[in-house]
Design a protein around this ligand. Structure first.
Ligand code: NAD
Ligand code: ZN
Ligand code: ZN
Length: 290
């Protein structure tokens, strides 16, 4: 058990829609059922961007964002049995207490300890382990991976293999699991099927990997940034299209490309306007006026 405060660097969000500021922060030792982790690698997820722009409510400023990291346990609080100092770990932005009715239900992984039920802006005892310039700084999703050291509850951590390359496996913390899981577990993509993926960021590319592993025969990547196409093709996209290259709506383009539309469509941009299919609405009105 550690009682020392660690001074390290962290990226602090002081105000909404302002650049992050690299600051020296103090990280207090972990209390009972908490773990302090040295973060070795962190990804930047699209959700960090939404949060910093103020599009996600219930975030308390100032805070340290980041939720896609990997690191090494530095110290543990009283009662922690799932990890020990020196273990390689992935912090979990969706905790897994393993006991609540949601954790015990195979159809969901939204542990009842998530922000939907309990704020993850402070530790479960409603205090912060971060201080900067004498001011308490909020946590983010309990894991705040944009800090060299961070503290999380022991329900928000997974031990991983000692040989795991931390700079790669950090993506399991959010983007890869979200995208791959959407194709494999949620959509249950079938062999030989045709898939469309709107948005080829970290999550969209992970959907591409999931569709390929599931045996999809056509995987159509759609993005307004054509620089994403090379990586998408490397990972399994069979075609890539940019909606801005067409005059007609993208859903009509897809209909022409496939003859009958796609079997699975994934929205991985995160904007409501890409989720509304005007073509479906037009068809709906057409059939109902017949
Ligand atoms: P990202 O910013 O890396 O990728 C988004 C991609 O969408 C970019 O390549 C961008 O060029 C493209 N894009 C933007 N507007 C578009 C449009 N109109 N048509 C087609 N493509 C367009 O983000 P990401 O990390 O891949 O995350 C994607 C979304 O998933 C975000 O909204 C994020 O908040 C969300 N997300 C949700 C969960 C979850 O629910 N568990 C987890 C992770 C991310
Ligand atoms: Zn994320
Ligand atoms: Zn739970």
């Amino acid at each position: 058990m550690s009682t020392s405060v660690i001074k390290c660097k962290a990226a602090v969000a002081w105000e909404v829609d302002k650049p992050l500021s690299i600051e020296e922060v103090e990280v207090a030792p972990p209390k009972a059922h908490e773990v302090r982790v040295k973060i070795v690698a962190t990804g930047i997820c699209g959700t960090d961007d939404h949060v910093l722009k103020g599009s996600i409510p219930n975030i308390d400023y100032p805070f340290i964002p980041g939720h896609e990291g990997a690191g090494i346990v530095e110290s543990i609080g009283e009662g922690v049995t799932c990890v020990k100092p020196g273990d390689k770990v992935i912090p979990l932005c969706l905790p897994q207490c393993g006991e609540c009715s949601f954790c015990l239900n195979p159809d969901t992984n939204c542990c009842l300890k998530t922000h939907l039920h309990e704020s993850q802006n402070l530790m479960p005892d409603k205090t912060s382990r971060f201080t900067c310039k004498g001011k308490a700084i909020h946590h983010f999703l309990w894991i705040s991976t944009f800090s060299e050291y961070t503290v999380m509850p022991d329900s928000a951590i997974a031990r991983i293999d000692d040989d795991a390359p931390l700079d790669k496996v950090c993506l399991f913390g959010c983007g890869f699991s979200t995208g791959y899981g959407a194709a494999i577990n949620t959509a249950k993509v079938k062999p030989g099927s045709t898939c469309a993926i709107f948005g080829l960021g970290g999550v969209g590319l992970s959907v591409v990997v999931g569709c390929k592993s599931a045996g999809a025969s056509r995987i159509i990547g759609i993005d307004i940034n054509k620089d994403k196409f090379t990586k998408a093709r490397e990972l399994g996209a069979t075609e890539c299209i940019n909606p801005q290259d067409f005059k007609k709506p993208i859903q009509e383009v897809l209909l022409e490309m496939t003859g009958h539309g796609v079997d699975y469509s994934f929205e991985v941009v995160g904007h409501t306007d890409t989720m509304v299919c005007k073509y479906t609405l037009q068809l709906f009105h057409k059939f109902h006026s017949m």
